[in-house]
Design a protein around this ligand. Structure first.
Ligand code: FAD
Length: 441
């Protein structure tokens, strides 16, 4: 028996159920990653995400290589590439960890097709603490309110203990050709804009584990101050979780073992679960309002000069400009600042949340199919359990409250204080509220 392990959003060796299950194969294992830019159900990766993927695959290849297992890289539609590598390798078993977004029905179809041709296929729990279908309301439906969702999650059995890195993986006897990672063109060249991203981040499983340990050693004690962007109290695990370099189960159990007051941090993992739960039941999230009432909202649907100023960090609102600069230069933005920037775009500049969501999708290293549109809709008011529409963040008050010394603005956009503000907060707020009140109920 030869086993093909198809990795997707799980670029790690630890707590990897598919890889662990493959370790019992005496005839060896092939590990495959497919860059699928063809299938319509796969959202094309943004620039920052491509940069991350390149480095994450390098790191994975090295880790597998140390165990004598080659990583096979293929580009094309997964439903063609996976069966092709099955044929080339003579594999009689295919294993993967589940995806819960748009890809899942295609995974199911591929599973059925492979089984029909006599291949054994098994999927294992993927990148969630709780399988989405195991968390249901009393009437058996999905949750729409975070607090009730998280209460239900935490009332049931705890997430499974993470698996160790499997010992004894054997390489397949047959060699299967791999494409060159460099030929995929995932890195920016002309110009290479990724210098600031490379200076801040180190993709890969080892670095993800280090980031978690560093967080638990120091930052977690100050996590209650997580809304203050200059204080850097977050774990910054989001890109590692996005690419599955670490699993939420590993984060959960390691955090509990570390002890202390970690409930607030773990409940943030709950928001990640809730975004994926929502995508599983109501997705795709990036294309339509979760609350159809907002289909009639008169958002501007064409990017305009307001959008240009917003994305360049030139709005004259210091905390927003600093956030947009942090994003552009490092592929990341602090959570509270993401909310303030998204509010300015959707509620003061009057632009459709999809315009801002696309920009984040292209520039975030943690750009996630569920979390990004889920949070944009949360801020815009069109989501499930969204911030009430009348909650419009005032960027000046938010800055006073969460960056009182101006340290965050000074770090990323000191020039902003000299810029004129591109809009009047009060009148645009009034316009937004008026448009909201005119929506059909
Ligand atoms: P921590 O505070 O250390 O939290 C731990 C983990 O919990 C995070 O790594 C993340 O995986 C998860 N998490 C925390 N908050 C949220 C949240 N609100 N929603 C979902 N998961 C959460 N997060 C993404 O991972 N990808 C995105 O594309 C993304 N887009 C966003 C867009 C907007 C407009 C907003 C307001 C938020 C978005 N978030 C997104 C959520 C959040 O901003 C980031 O997860 C967080 O800033 C990551 O920093 P951290 O790892 O230090 O988080």
């Amino acid at each position: 028996m030869t086993t093909l392990v198809w990795l997707r959003d799980d670029l790690r060796l630890g707590d990897n159920p598919a890889l662990t299950a493959a370790a019992d194969d005496a005839d060896g294992v092939i590990v495959l990653y497919v860059l699928d830019e063809e299938s319509e159900y796969v959202r094309p990766l943004g620039g920052a995400a491509k940069w991350w993927l390149h480095h994450s695959l390098l790191s994975l290849r090295e880790a597998l290589g140390r165990r004598g297992i080659p990583l096979v890289l293929r580009r094309g539609a997964a439903e063609e590439q996976v069966p092709r590598v099955v044929r080339e390798s003579g594999a009689d078993r295919v294993l993967w960890n589940r995806r819960y977004g748009q890809a899942r029905s295609h995974d199911a179809a591929l599973k059925a097709a492979l089984r029909e041709s006599g291949i054994t296929v098994r999927s294992s729990p993927g990148d969630l603490l709780f399988e989405p279908w195991t968390v249901a309301t009393q009437s058996g439906g999905p949750y729409r309110v975070y607090s009730a969702f998280w209460r239900a999650c935490t009332a049931g059995p705890p997430p499974a203990e993470p698996l160790p890195i499997p010992e004894g993986l054997l390489p397949s006897k047959r060699t299967v050709e791999s494409e060159e990672l460099s030929s995929w063109g995932l890195l920016p060249t002309d110009p290479d804009w990724a210098g600031g991203i490379a200076a801040r981040w180190e993709p890969g499983e080892a670095s993800a584990v280090r980031a978690l340990e560093a967080f638990l050693e120091t930052r977690v004690q100050r996590y209650a101050r997580r809304d203050f962007p200059a204080e850097e109290t977050g774990s910054e695990l989001s890109p590692h979780l996005r690419w599955g370099e670490i699993s939420p189960r590993q984060v959960w159990h390691r955090t509990l073992r570390a002890g202390g007051d970690t409930g607030m941090f773990l409940s943030e993992l709950g928001w990640r679960e809730f975004a994926k739960h929502t995508a599983f039941h109501f997705g795709p999230l990036e294309s339509s309002n979760l609350n159809p009432r907002f289909d009639a909202f008169p958002w501007l649907t064409e990017a305009d000069e307001g959008f240009d100023a917003w994305k360049a960090g030139k709005t004259g609102f210091g905390i927003v400009d600093a956030g947009m600069q942090e994003l552009w230069r490092t592929g990341f933005m602090h959570n509270r600042v993401r909310m303030i920037a998204a509010s300015l775009l959707t509620k003061n500049l009057g632009l459709h949340w999809r315009i801002g969501e696309s920009w984040f999708w292209d520039t975030l290293v943690d750009a996630d199919e569920a979390s990004n549109p889920f949070n944009w809709q949360w801020v815009a008011g069109s989501g499930v359990d969204a911030a009430p529409y009348f909650r419009i963040f005032n960027p000046e008050l938010q800055q006073k409250k969460f960056d009182p010394e101006g340290a965050y603005v000074e770090r990323w956009a000191p020039y902003s204080v000299a810029l004129p503000q591109i809009i009047d907060l009060k009148s645009t707020r009034g316009d937004a509220l008026q448009a909201y009140r005119a929506l059909p109920s």
